[in-house]
Design a protein around this ligand. Structure first.
Ligand SMILES: [Zn+2]
Length: 248
């Protein structure tokens, strides 16, 4: 019973993929691209809005990050600052929470939300959160496959015309799937880091009411950029598959 459902769904999917036209797939890429543009614009406006709202306790992003880490028993992670705009990240290799200048020195709700989100990743690392481990394990593979996958498909398409073999194209698509898997695994990692950040901001009493709501909105729009990135990876795979199908 289970096997027949699986087989039916596989056949349904392969039929969907072989019937997918290049113009339909291209339309998906465009729609996701437009959605990405809207999400980025919205994120920037939300970030700039809540950058004007001061933290009730008047602490900087760096001070809040330190507090959150120590409160959760994480003592081997350093909080440092890094250049650029929205470049904040946690680096598991040297256990540092890297905050951009505006977040590090900032005393706004946005600064607090971003600082705590990055500490959320440090907490995931300290507690051995499985999706973060999987994501880290995929990094070297993704760095390799993302640089050559598109070229493999393009060279494969040219070669298909002369040799008739689509092998190279499908190897390229396989590598694109690794990158797509990476962006899908990124989703729970990002949502969970934000959940940890908001839970602690509320629990610690640093944020409440409308201010807490502002932090929620900022982190929600930041998470949507990762959702769009995952959808974009899937849409471009479908687009290349439709190109390969057309050469059949
Ligand atoms: Zn993150």
């Amino acid at each position: 019973m289970f096997l027949s459902i699986l087989q039916a769904s596989y056949e349904g999917q392969s039929q969907f993929l072989s019937n997918l036209t290049t113009s339909e797939a291209f339309l998906m890429v465009v729609i996701v691209g437009v959605a990405g543009f809207i999400v980025q614009a919205r994120l920037r406006s939300v970030v700039s809005k809540y950058s004007q709202v001061p933290m009730p306790a008047g602490l900087t992003g760096a001070e809040i990050a330190e507090k959150m880490l120590r409160y959760n028993g994480v003592n081997d992670v350093r909080v440092t600052h890094t250049g650029g705009y929205l470049t904040d990240h946690y680096d598991p290799r040297n256990k540092t929470v890297n905050l951009s200048d505006e977040v590090y020195h900032g005393r706004s709700i946005t600064a607090a939300a971003i600082a705590c989100h990055e500490c959320g990743h440090a907490l995931q690392h300290a507690k051995g959160y499985a999706p973060l481990k999987m994501r880290s394990a995929l990094v070297p593979l993704v760095q390799f496959s993302s640089t050559i996958s598109t070229w493999l498909v393009i060279i494969g398409l040219i070669m298909t015309a002369s040799s008739g073999s689509q092998m190279l194209c499908w190897i390229g698509v396989g590598m694109m799937c690794v990158s797509a898997l990476f962006s899908i695994i990124t989703l729970p990692v990002e949502y969970n880091a934000s959940d940890r950040a908001l839970a602690w901001l509320e629990q610690s009493g640093l944020l409440f009411g409308e201010e807490l709501q502002g932090a929620k909105i900022s982190l929600r729009w930041a998470a949507r950029t990762y959702l769009v990135a995952a959808l974009s990876a899937i849409a471009s795979i479908l687009y290349y598959i439709s190109l390969i199908n057309r050469r059949r």
